[in-house]
Design a protein around this ligand. Structure first.
Ligand SMILES: [Zn+2]
Length: 140
């Protein structure tokens, strides 16, 4: 088994807000991130797939196909969008780095022919990222 990672970038706006809390509680927990006009990040996505090297092609997956899937399923949906306001999965779910990683996993799961989705890593900033390994947590 070998791991292969493909990167993609997108820029998006978000804010952090829990409707069940008062504005004061949101401000206390989320600080400046609770500003409902939002703020932006340049996100970097790393998608790692696991599989076997094809003895003929030398590849785990078709790299062009993987790039196209990331573009279609994630970048074209998230890039230059306000995640809270424009992306369905964040209408009810706060678009933290962690939740974005989980949402991207759900978008990609089962769509990568010939390999298993192994890890979704989302960088919100160069020094902050979240990893999601699926519900199995990377077992098996
Ligand atoms: Zn932010």
């Amino acid at each position: 088994m070998i791991l292969l990672t493909r990167k993609a970038d997108f820029s998006a706006a978000h804010y952090y807000w829990n409707d069940r809390w008062t504005p004061e509680e949101n401000a206390r927990v989320f600080g400046k991130c609770a500003n409902r006009n939002g703020h932006g990040h340049n996100y970097t996505l790393e998608v790692t797939v696991a599989g076997e090297v094809d003895p003929v092609s030398g590849f785990v997956v078709d790299l062009k196909a993987l790039k196209d899937i990331l573009e279609r399923e994630v970048v074209s949906v998230y890039d230059h969008r306000h995640l809270n306001l424009e992306v369905a999965e964040f209408k009810e779910t706060i678009p933290t780095t962690e939740n974005i990683a989980i949402a991207i996993w759900k978008r990609l799961e089962g769509k990568i022919a010939g390999a298993k989705l192994h890890r979704v890593r989302v960088y919100e900033m160069p020094d902050l990222f979240a990893d999601y390994l699926g519900e199995e947590g990377g077992e098996g």
